[in-house]
Structures are given as C-alpha cells and as structure tokens.
Design a protein. Structure first.
Length: 573
C-alpha cells in the first residue's frame, strides 16, 4: 500500500475529526493542522499504538496538515536507541512517513530548563527536599487534601541557586525535586504541586552525561507540543485528568498563542490480550515469550512476524473507531479483519502438517505428472501454478479414519474422496505398525476422474488436500493461538496475576510437515493459505535454506469459541 493510499481520508467522522473541522472553520490555528505521535523509546509499538498512529497521521493527511514523530525520551533509565530504531521500522512498515519531522524531547532540554527557571522567577516553582515517600504521602488522597511541603516557601533566589546546583550534579539521585506551586487542596491530585524535574545521574542515550536532571512527562510533553506548534494534542483517556496541568503549564510559561489543546479518546483494549507496556516487558524479561517480536505478542513486530499485514491492522483500527468511552474490543473482530484481508491476498498452496503416506497401486513406480492449481480464486490476476503428482502421496492423518462417525466425508476403508485438483481416490488397504498404529495406506485412483476426464463429473462427498511424497519439501510449522485463556487477563475477576492465564496451547510446533515444492521459494512478506488449514507465512528469523519454518497467522475460521464451549459445556451436553 502506498503512503497516499494509507492516508486516504476515512469517510466516517468521529468527535476528534469534528473538533478539527470546527477549528479549521473558525481559523483557530491559522488554518493549520499539526498533530504528533509521541512514543516513549522504552519498548516496542503494539496494536494499541497503531490506533493512535492511524488517528494522528490520518487527521493530518485528511486536512493537508502534518504529523510529527516525537520521541518522549525523558527517562534515561529505560530508554535506548534500539527502541528508537524499532519504533521507526514498525511505523514505516505500517506505511507512515514523517519526512524530516522527527523530534526528541531531548532536543528541547535547554529550552525546558529555561522554562523551569521562568516558573521559579515567577514564584510558581520551588525546590523540594521531601523524599519520594514523603512526597506521595503529602499529596493526600481524592478525599483528603494535601499538605504543603516544608520547603514550599523558599525564596526565589534560593530556589534558583538550588536548581542550578541540581543541574550541576551536586546532589544525589532523588535528593531534591523541582515542583510547581499550584494548589495542595485541589480535587485533582495532579495539580497538588506536581514534580517538574528530578535528579537522575544516568547517561542519556542521546545527550550522554550532559544532564543530571530530567523533566517529568507532564512538564516536557505539553511544552514540547508548544515548541513544535502542535495544534491538536491527541491522547488516550487516562490523560484526561492531566489536562488541567497541561493547560496550567502552557498558561504560566511565556509562550506565543494560539497554544496546543489536548483531546482524549478511548485507548484500544483487546480481549485475550494485554497491552500494558509494563506487562509486555514482564513477558519479555521473564522469557514467557521469545521476545518483542514473538508472533503471540500484540506488538507490531510480532504481528508482522506472524504474517498480519499493515492493511489488516489499519482496517481494524478504522473499524474500531474513535470514541470517548473505554471498552473491550473482541479479538474476533481483529481476526475477522485479518481473514478478510488475507483471503484476497494469500496465494494458495497445499501443505500436509501431520503426514500419512499413501501408495497409489494402479500407477507405476516413479509415475509423475503435472497438474494445474489456482493460486487465488478471489484474485483473477493471481494466475495458476503447476503441482507435481506421483504414485506416492502424503495426506493428513485426520483425513482418514478406520471407523469414522456419521457425516465423516473424508477417507475410510473402501471409501472414496477427491484429491484437490486431481483424481478420485479409493482406499484399498490399511497397513499398520506392530503397535497397531497406521503406517500407510494403499489406494487406487479413477484415472478418468481428473479435470477433462470421462468421469470428471462424478461426485463424491469429500475433497482433501495432498502433496506428492517424491517432490514434497520438509518444513517446521508453528501453530500459534491466543496467548491468554481469559478475555481480560489484566483485570480478571478472580484477582489472579495475568501470567496465571497464559494459554499452554498458544504454541504447537510440528516438525515433520510436508509442503508442495512451490513453497521452497516463499518470501517472508508473502502470505499463503495452506488449503483447508489456515493462513501462514515464512518465519524470516528462524528459516534457513535447509530448514524452512512457517508460522500460522490465523486459522481459516474461529475455532476458539467452539473449543471453549466444548471445554466448559455442562454434563450431558
């Protein structure tokens, strides 16, 4: 998808787009629309970030505006260039381009320091010696007002001196903070003399050891917006209580008008998923998953490795929409968007994941012919491919039963099925191992039953996929499923830790799969539908020329609900 296509205006309006339209009509910002996406470089982007990216870049593109990429790098203890590079790579893969509008909060450290000095000189900020515990306790609770710090009434001169010495590294970590002087009785705790600067003697990934003090998010974010001329600062709902502080900062620091305004929308919450960065970091650090790009993770890199496309993610974000109310979006909606997208794009192929050998007795040893198969029936331009057919095949173990139940329309002793794109095949003999398990089958085909043959129109109830044993390539196939077993693992009513709901079936690895030979040339970015099985992609990280690994993106249909219903069905059902 091109940048122009990815930024195509969405005909569906939401309350933020309506605000932007009203501001343009009123010429509030001189006809400009400038938005920003401000990630912290302390982790990887996830599907929730994708919603914000689509919103911020989308609104800018729809109104001939611009969207900045600004890294909120104010916490050197957790941030590094690895995360910066990963964030940029994920955004480009999604199809977004910020051109030369890339910024860092650290670009403004000198300006922010100057703004803090302005507040001290105006008597609106002071240096506080309270410990972290004392600071928290003195702020009170929503029902109890805070109490003033003993150092709240220091003189301007003393505060300027102490703040300068904080910058010079004279004091130990956390020994002092710079706080705004607002209102310790405010019903909004965020206005009870919040911290503006704290001492952190930690090297910064961009500024090195130049600073011993770093601004807090609430101080740096709004002022960075103002410095960049942001018109609409779009945040998620948890920042609504921060908005009065956002406005207070802009009112009390000498800045030109018009000033940015903050607007909040509901963040994405997805069932059977956690999107808290803290929880995602825990999954990675505790090695519960392989890493940030584990295909079970909701990170953009994980979704990409799993074979989910940028179009599916964007369609999902547009479908969810922008509201003012938090809710839990069903994972099934995302899965529907994935299937709809891949159904149009994925090349078809045949792959046998649990192979059962079949010998066709009425074909000579070494028999070979090429048959024609459709690459994608949903896409006329996808064309056809040739697939080899021989006297020895592999079929799925589950496509044969010796004593099948009613309505089992696959292969049975003496029964017939149609081989996809090929012949009608009949089972003649079952050969077993010493332990009674099935070793292989002997079958025959109706040689006139393939396309164009005299009996091609003969109907049988079952059609199964297969691969030629002589020509099949070996592969490892990984079947991924939802990482958690409950809808809201972070807020489950049982009160258990979210890690207690890890799905033990979230990964199944099949080591001896047999695939049609066309898949030897598979590309990691190309989606494939393994017929009757699901959508898959080549794993770029773990595949080699001699060892192919395919990841299942998603099954052909949602089997999760049915499986859960069977597991929890009342007795007798």
């Amino acid at each position: 998808m091109t940048q122009e296509q990815s930024n195509k205006p969405d005909s569906r309006k939401d309350f933020i787009r309506e605000i932007v339209a009203q501001d343009l009509e009123a010429n509030t910002h001189g006809g400009k629309v400038v938005t920003r996406f401000p990630p912290e470089p302390n982790g990887y982007l996830h599907i929730g970030h994708a919603k914000s990216i689509c919103l911020n870049f989308g609104i800018a593109a729809e109104n001939q505006g611009v969207c900045h990429l600004r890294f909120d790098d104010t916490n050197p203890a957790r941030e590094n260039d690895k995360f910066v590079n990963a964030i940029e790579a994920d955004m480009r893969w999604l199809g977004f381009d910020w051109g030369d509008l890339k910024f860092f909060a650290s670009n403004y450290f000198e300006k922010l320091y100057g703004f803090a000095v302005d507040l001290i000189q105006a008597g609106k900020a002071f240096v506080c010696d309270q410990t972290a515990a004392e600071f928290v306790n003195s702020r009170g609770t929503p029902t109890r007002p805070g109490t003033e710090s003993p150092w709240r009434h220091r003189s301007v001169e003393e505060n300027l001196d102490l703040f300068s010495r904080m910058r010079q590294g004279e004091f130990e970590d956390s020994a002092k903070t710079l706080r705004a002087k607002i209102d310790m009785t405010s019903p909004n705790i965020h206005l009870r003399d919040p911290a503006l600067y704290r001492i952190r003697k930690i090297a910064h990934h961009r500024t090195g050891d130049a600073w011993s003090i770093y601004p807090t998010y609430d101080f740096a974010h709004c002022l960075s917006d103002a410095i960049e001329g942001i018109t609409h600062s779009i945040c998620t709902l948890e920042f609504a209580v921060h908005r009065p502080l956002y406005d207070w900062m802009l009112e009390n620091v000498p800045l030109p008008r018009p000033r940015p305004r903050q607007y909040e929308f509901a963040r994405l919450n997805l069932s059977y998923t956690v999107l808290s960065k803290r929880k995602l970091i825990h999954l990675v650090d505790e090695k519960i998953v392989w890493g940030w790009d584990d295909p079970r993770m909701p990170t953009i890199s994980g979704l990409r490795r799993r074979g989910i496309t940028p179009d599916a993610i964007k369609t999902f974000c547009a479908t969810v929409g922008v509201t003012k109310y938090d809710g839990l979006t069903e994972a099934a909606l995302f899965e529907h968007c994935i299937r709809s997208d891949l159904n149009q794009k994925a090349l078809r192929a045949m792959a046998v994941l649990k192979p059962l050998k079949v010998t066709i007795d009425n074909l000579p040893e070494g028999y070979f012919e090429e048959l024609e198969a459709i690459n994608n029936p949903e896409n006329e331009t996808a064309g056809n491919r040739s697939i080899p057919f021989s006297n020895e095949l592999y079929i799925e173990e589950t496509d044969f039963m010796e004593t099948p139940p009613k309505k089992f329309f696959r292969l049975r002793p003496g029964g017939e099925v149609r081989l996809r794109y090929a012949y009608i095949m009949k089972c003649q003999e079952v050969v077993k191992n010493a332990d009674g398990s099935i070793h292989h089958l002997h079958c025959t085909i109706d040689p006139d039953s393939k396309r164009g043959g005299a009996t091609a129109g003969r109907r049988v109830k079952g059609t199964i996929h297969w691969v030629s044993a002589t020509h099949a390539i070996n592969a490892e196939v990984r079947l991924f499923d939802r990482l958690f077993t409950v809808e809201d693992p972070a807020n489950d009513a049982s009160g258990k830790e979210f890690t207690e709901f890890i799905n033990p079936q979230s990964l199944t690895t099949l080591a001896n799969c047999k695939l049609e030979p066309s898949l030897a040339a598979a590309s990691p970015e190309a989606p494939y539908q393994f017929e009757r099985t699901g959508y898959f992609c080549l794993d770029a990280r773990d595949s080699t020329e001699s060892h192919l690994v395919f990841n299942r993106t998603i099954a052909l249909r949602d089997s999760w609900t049915a499986a859960r219903q069977r597991t929890h069905a009342p007795a007798g059902k």
